[in-house]
Design a binder for this molecule. Structure first.
Ligand code: ZN
Length: 267
């Protein structure tokens, strides 16, 4: 339990304050804060609340979306990412997770160039604030509009191209479990693995965004992938990130208890 973290998006109906209360009661020790949970709030105050609830702020989700055919849009994205870095620092989180972006008007290789340039422009501020950036490769079903980085290999290539100690990778089993190169590419990532996200892949999946399963409900070999991640030396939080209209409609306290049981049994 000392490594269990829940994303606020997992319990989306709960306000940040209520999430803190429910997580702490269930024995959860980490929280990853989605930016919508901070909307209209002072991040520093939110950070103090997180600390006084006894939870560790694990990361801020999410920055990114660096890709656009229009330069003005790309510039706005950089500004927004700078805001995300400051918010992360203010809540005490050491990491911003990046959904890197994609646009059907930009070919994927050019999109990766824009992503590299976007991340590079954030490095001075990331260093100043001591907040790292985690590239999260997304499942290829999102390569049209969400991310041009779709495998661990692609994320590793991008890391090596940027070659900066503030940049690493968030490994999410939902996006990566199918990849025949996953074990070797996690090993290649090494100490650049900055985060580990878990849930399960329901079969059939009824919605491409909001039908993730609780760990144990699907076909992802979570324990095996965890062993590969930990073989790199990673000993950070294991983050439960489940987007599910089905679970959001249920009582969130008992849902968090189910998350804790699923974590114990299947992760
Ligand atoms: Zn994730």
């Amino acid at each position: 339990m000392d490594r269990l973290c829940i994303h606020t998006a997992t319990t989306r109906p709960l306000s940040l304050d209520l999430a803190l209360e429910v997580y702490a009661e269930a024995g959860v020790t980490g929280i990853t804060v989605w930016r919508d949970a901070l909307a209209g709030r002072d991040p520093q105050t939110a950070g103090r609340r997180i600390a006084s609830a006894g939870l560790a702020p694990v990361s801020l989700c999410r920055g990114g979306f660096f890709v656009s055919p229009e330069e003005a849009v790309r510039k706005r994205a950089i500004l927004d990412n700078e805001t995300a870095l400051r918010e992360a620092a203010e809540i005490g989180a050491p990491l911003v997770v990046l959904v890197c972006g994609a646009d059907t008007a930009v070919p994927l290789p050019a999109a990766r160039d824009q992503i590299a340039a976007g991340i590079q422009s954030l490095l001075p501020l990331a260093e100043d604030l001591n907040v790292k950036l985690a590239i999260e490769p997304l499942h290829p079903m999102y390569a049209d509009t969400r991310s041009a980085v779709n495998t661990m290999r692609s994320a590793n290539d991008l890391c090596e191209r940027i070659a900066h100690p503030m940049v690493g990778v968030a490994v999410d089993v939902y996006h990566l479990w199918w990849d025949p190169e996953l074990e070797s590419e996690i090993a290649r990532c090494g100490d650049r693995v900055l985060a580990f996200h878990v849930c399960d892949w329901r079969s059939p999946t009824r919605d491409l965004l909001t039908d993730r399963g609780l760990m144990g409900e699907g076909c992802i070999p979570i324990r095996r992938i965890r062993s590969w991640v930990e073989a790199t030396g990673f000993d950070g939080f294991i983050e439960v990130e489940i987007f599910s209209t089905e679970y959001w409609a249920q009582d969130q306290r008992s849902y968090v208890d189910r998350i804790v049981s699923a974590y114990r049994e299947h992760v």
